[in-house]
Design a binder for this molecule. Structure first.
Ligand code: ZN
Ligand code: FE
Length: 255
């Protein structure tokens, strides 16, 4: 399996997931058609599917233009048939997807939207706007409980899982993260490394799940330092995981 990252719009990432053997390929979250089709052309692959993580235009905007040239299956959560252009394969938790000889699995991860899914292929998870590198998506159509549950589901994957998210937001996410855990050394060194990469226009995606566990404030509801920072701003805050997560989300919304 080969994965190609295609930068689109201002800070979006689409991905090509290619079966080495058959050269069949899926496009994950195409916000635009042209650049993805051009890249696919260069690779000499056979496009068979579009996988959409959720209905937002910056993840599905390319569907129509791609389908004008190729007859493809379009995967997305079954509840989003009216919101994802061209959807032919409504999926839900646990469903399997085959791209050539490569098999993937659907994880239902609502919170950012009500029909958000992630696609797990081997040790690679395509998680759209649910889990970002060093961050998480806004709660447009879900509750903190739901998003917390979705993030916990992703956290249960092995540490070496690579997180392929929908946006290049790592640097700004880390700028926020260091305000909550100023003494977290792994966080500080990640911030430094990411600033260096961004200064020369390099991608910071994917990251490993292990790195996310160590430095992503939206996954660190158990961190004593993070809890203490939140408590100092809101003495009445309860320290159960959902309340801590919700507080971090609330602070980030106005950061
Ligand atoms: Zn979104
Ligand atoms: Fe997005």
């Amino acid at each position: 399996m080969k994965i190609i990252q295609v930068p689109l719009l201002r800070d979006n990432y689409a991905y090509l997931l290619i079966c080495d053997k058959s050269k069949e390929a899926a496009i994950i979250d195409p916000s635009e058609a042209e650049p993805v089709l051009k890249r696919a052309d260069q690779e000499k692959i056979i496009l068979t599917a579009i996988l959409n993580t959720h209905h937002h235009r910056d993840h599905t905007g390319g569907n129509e233009g791609i389908l004008a040239h190729h007859k493809l299956d379009v995967y997305g959560h079954k509840s989003d048939s009216a919101r994802i252009f061209g959807l032919t394969r409504g999926v839900e938790e646990g469903d399997e997807i085959k791209i050539g000889d490569v098999t993937g699995k659907v994880l239902f991860v609502p919170g950012h939207t009500s029909g958000h899914v992630a696609y797990l292929f081997g040790s690679n998870v395509f998680c759209g706007d649910t889990l970002f590198t060093a961050g998480c998506g806004r709660l447009f159509e879900g509750t903190p409980e739901q998003m917390h549950g979705s993030l916990k589901k992703l956290l249960a994957l092995p540490d070496d899982t690579k997180v392929y998210c929908g946006h290049e937001y790592t640097e700004s996410n880390l700028r926020f993260a260091v305000t909550l855990e100023p003494k977290n050394h792994k966080l500080a060194s990640r911030f430094e490394r990411v600033q260096g990469l961004r200064a020369r226009g390099a991608s910071t995606v994917p990251a490993t799940l292990e790195e996310e566990k160590q430095t992503n404030p939206f996954l660190r509801w158990d961190s004593k330092e993070l809890q203490a920072t939140l408590k100092s701003q809101d003495p009445d805050l309860r320290l159960d995981p959902v309340s801590v997560f919700a507080k971090v989300r609330q602070l980030k919304d106005s950061f």
